[in-house]
Design a binder for this molecule. Structure first.
Ligand code: ATP
Length: 887
């Protein structure tokens, strides 16, 4: 009652309320002039309430429904005051009925509790908490009369957005927050049920934001049953012995937002499928009493997908559809005039959700998107229907195709069948946006007219009579012609009815798809004719569509085939090219082998003259596998890809101008360690080679490239042996340049080992691995690369005459690539005689090339390709050529 008082006060203030009409189509309709009480004052309301059966009088209502509607004192639509309270006139029946139910605001502590239980605490911002405090203190919606409401803008929004209050009218009825389930049933659902009992199909859909009371209205609670249980109670009270009902209940749900799915909510129900507007495999349960039906519904509700959100602790995550179908029982030749296949559909739509409000995340958010999307499509369908009705030039859009729900409800959404909408709204201040959105969206739907709805049951026998009489003739004609002719007999809505009858046949077929107990003696011949007719048409359509789809698929696969063919051609070309390349490489390899043989193979010392014949320009093209396969003691092992440019620059530059010398370079790679060791052993009194340098992995990159070592054995004769070994994972490549000159001036040996990390090797040798200038003294320089296990090391040892300078740059695997590639060694032996030996050995798993230059797998190709060993051999041209050949 307190709410009523509040509503009354709101009513008084109504004339002073500024009404903002944002969009003309949304404008509230003028209040009908035919004597609607402006607002149900307290007396009227109390009178109404007294009429509305309480829990005790419920049975009473259900006891007397068989009495004529006009005699039913409980049904306000039939009472004398009907027009005063419920403005549904025969005219208005043409329109889509939109009811509005306002949910009572929750007590603050209850609201708090709901949120405390929420699964998404993170999204509870300060604003929400503040709003919570304000909540229930004031209402955002006030009833003007039983058909209109005013939406009051909360003060904070008023200030911020200068939004004004809005009035929405024209509702079939507005249920205040204190209205009971029975009242709602009586006013809204009972007329539908009555029509259903007469054989008219009908549909009721509950629409509204999350937590606004849709599920409560549709299903209710055991103590306060909702529309579905009340409908079932009603129909079973009224049921004649010859009638039975089938109940089907299913939901449309999205699983992780992937696709929409249908689930049968009946016991033993499973996933269903949908073809066009028909649900396949849907079960129906024959119910014989209200208790059985209610327990069935209760079980289904338990099975339904629900989850906790910030707005509702048990929020529906799916669109739930309940079908109650009226099927006449087998009678002994008695035809029930009321027999029909009318279906009463009640839909509890999932609530529209605003992310801010619900605080949904993850799966909930995906579901939320699905729900909102479906509702949007639902709204679009109705809007399109409205626009089409207003302006027939505007085509009826096929929005219904965009969701399962709308596909299923196509007839309703295209205005072919009557539907009723129940809008549920929350009245809290913080619910303003939700409520405003709902009313703005849905209130125009009440302008939708039903001019082309299916004929009532009274027409059916008539129509069927005509049909029956013409069927015999029609059977002889072509099915479609017969069909059209048959439809012409129906009357002024001939064409419409022609379509409808086919649809009806379809629908009846749909409806009876899974029911085995169907029997109607009166309509069996007609039905079977109709069914076969529809069946053939449908199968034609299906076949046509199937052929079209098949054609498209074939076209697609044909184009794919063509693309694949052209790709194959391209690949063939590449293969041909690769083969050519391979052949070329093989010839080079053979030439190389010949050259190696001339060197005596293995560790034998190089015959410079012979080796000079070997052309090393293409060594980087040599395939490593081929190398490995037949590498004897004299085979440089080249890396597949990394070594490509290594020899391109200056692997080693040796100037043997005056002195004898020995140069050895070795690269080893073992375990996870890569090292490039450069040992320069010179026989010079090597002040130069007294340093030992170990390079950290990260910094190694250019170290050898820049200042590895410069050796210039210019005066002495030299011997340069090089070796590369590669054993399975173990590879070693050694380059030794040994120059022996009787002049034993230098006793210093300078083995210096810059140790370079795998990653850094790439450029190390690429720049200036070593520059050895042994201008005066004889010396011995050895460069070796070995790679045992996963360990790579490149060692360059340079030994001068007597002095041994321990300088070993150890370079890691990846760094080898350019280290040797640029200036690994540059040896110029201009003046002195020298001996260069190149050897590569590979005993099964072990390859070693003991030449002057030894390069690891990764680095070999480029190293030797460019300037691995650029021997300025004015004295011996063949030396340089031979070292190239090694690559
Ligand atoms: N008229 C009402 N009287 C009493 N309680 C109500 C009423 N309407 C709703 N409620 C209560 O409000 C809560 C939310 O209602 P309900 O679950 O029906 O909302 P909903 O619109 O179905 O939400 P969703 O779309 O998230 O499923 C429930 O606890 C319900 O009992």
């Amino acid at each position: 009652m307190s709410t009523t008082k509040k509503d009354n006060s709101n009513l008084k203030s109504c004339p002073f309320t500024v009404t903002v009409r944002r969009n003309p189509p949304r404008r509230a309709r003028a209040t009908p002039s035919h004597g609607i009480a402006p607002f149900p004052n307290e007396e009227i309301l109390s009178e109404q309430v007294s009429h509305i059966p309480s829990a005790t009088s419920e049975d009473e209502i259900l006891k007397n429904p068989s009495s004529s509607e006009n005699e039913n004192p409980i049904n306000p639509t039939a009472s004398e005051n009907e027009n005063l309270i419920n403005p549904t006139t025969s005219e208005e029946n043409e329109n889509l009925k939109v009811f509005l139910r306002i949910r009572p605001s929750q007590p603050p502590n209850q609201a708090q509790r709901v949120r405390a239980k929420t699964a998404w605490p993170k999204k509870q911002t300060k604003n929400v908490t503040n709003n919570l405090k304000k909540k229930s203190s004031s209402s955002c919606i006030s009833m003007n009369d039983s058909q209109s409401v005013t939406l009051l803008v909360p003060s904070d929004l008023q200030d911020a957005k200068r939004v004004k209050s809005e009035t929405y009218g024209g509702f079939s009825h507005v249920f205040p927050s204190d209205s009971s389930q029975l009242e709602v049933y009586e006013r809204m659902v009972k007329p539908m049920v009555d029509e259903f009992m007469k054989g008219k199909s009908g549909m009721l859909a509950a629409l509204g934001p999350s937590g606004s009371g849709k599920t409560h209205t549709v299903f209710g609670t055991p103590r306060d049953p909702g529309m579905v249980p009340l409908v079932l109670r009603h129909i079973f009270k009224e049921t004649e012995a010859s009638r039975s009902y089938y109940v089907a209940i299913f939901e449309i749900y999205t699983e992780r937002g992937k696709s929409e799915k249908l689930f049968d909510l009946l016991p033993d129900g499973s996933e269903l499928s949908m073809q066009q507007s028909t649900i396949k495999g849907q079960k129906e349960v024959l119910i014989s009493n209200a208790e059985q039906a209610e327990s069935l519904i209760a079980q289904a509700v338990i099975k339904r997908a629900t989850a906790m959100t910030n707005t509702n602790c048990q929020s529906s995550r799916s669109q739930c559809i309940i079908n109650i179908r009226d099927v006449p029982k087998k009678g002994k030749g008695v035809v029930n005039s009321k027999s029909s296949n009318a279906v009463l559909t009640i839909i509890d739509l999932a609530g529209a959700e605003r992310e801010k409000r619900t605080g949904n995340q993850g799966t909930r958010l995906v579901e939320s998107n699905f729900i909102n999307n479906t509702l949007m499509v639902f709204g679009l369908c109705l809007r399109s229907l409205l626009e089409h009705q207003k302006n027939p030039k505007k085509q009826l859009q096929k929005h219904f195709q965009n969701s399962m729900l709308t596909r299923y409800l196509r007839d309703y959404l295209e205005g072919k069948k009557r539907m009723t909408l129940l809008l549920t709204a929350k009245s809290g201040e913080d619910d303003y946006l939700d409520t405003s959105h709902l009313l703005r969206q849905a209130s125009p739907y009440m302008q939708i007219k039903y001019n082309e709805v299916e004929p009532s049951i009274n027409m059916v026998p008539k129509k069927r009579h005509h049909q029956a009489s013409s069927i015999i003739d029609c059977a002889k004609q072509s099915p479609s012609l017969a069909h059209l002719k048959r439809m012409k007999l129906v009357g002024e809505h001939a064409v419409q009815n022609a379509e409808k009858s086919v649809e009806e046949c379809d629908t009846s077929k749909k409806d009876t798809s899974t029911v085995s107990k169907f029997d109607d003696s009166s309509s069996v011949p007609l039905k079977s004719e109709c069914n076969s007719h529809a069946e053939s048409e449908r199968s034609q359509i299906i076949m046509r569509n199937f052929a079209r789809v098949l054609w498209n698929v074939l076209k697609e696969s044909n184009s794919k085939l063509k693309a694949a063919e052209s790709e194959i051609l391209g690949l063939k070309e590449i293969i041909g090219y690769e083969k050519e390349k391979n052949l070329e490489l093989e010839t080079q390899l053979n030439a190389f082998r010949a050259a190696c043989t001339c060197c005596g193979g293995g560790n034998g010392k190089t015959n410079i003259e012979d080796c000079s014949l070997v052309d090393l320009d293409h060594r980087h093209n040599l395939d490593q596998e081929e190398f490995n396969a037949e590498s004897s003691s004299f085979e440089p092992r080249l890396d597949q890809s990394d070594a490509e440019h290594m020899p391109c620059s200056t692997c080693s530059e040796l100037d043997y101008e005056k002195s004898d010398r020995k140069l050895s370079i070795s690269l080893s790679k073992s375990g996870h360690h890569n090292a490039l060791e450069v040992d320069a052993m010179d026989k010079m009194p090597c002040e130069i080679f007294h340093s030992e340098s170990s390079l950290e992995p990260s910094n190694e990159e250019h170290m050898l490239g820049s200042t590895c070592r410069a050796l210039e054995p210019e005066k002495s004769d030299g011997e340069v042996p090089g070796s590369l070994s590669n054993s399975g994972i173990h590879k070693a490549f050694e380059v030794n340049a040994v120059r022996t000159v009787p002049n034993e001036t230098f006793n210093a040996e300078s083995p210096y080992k810059p140790i370079i990390d795998q990653l850094a090797e790439e450029h190390m040798l690429g720049s200036t691995c070593m520059k050895l200038d042994s201008e005066i003294s004889d010396r011995e320089v050895s460069v070796s690369s070995s790679k045992p296990g996963h360990d790579n090391s490149l060692e360059v040892d340079a030994e001068t005459f007597n002095a041994e300078s321990p300088s070993k740059p150890i370079i890691d695997q990846l760094g080898e690539e350019h280290m040797l590639g640029s200036t690994c060694l540059k040896s110029d032996s201009e003046i002195s005689d020298r001996e260069v030996s190149v050897s590569s050995s590979k005993p099964v798993l072990d390859n070693s090339l003991e030449v002057d230059v030894g390069i690891d797998r990764l680095g070999e190709e480029q190293m030797l390709g460019s300037n691995c060993t650029k021997l300025d051999s004015e004295i011996s041209d063949s030396l340089g050529l031979f070292i190239k050949a090694c690559a």
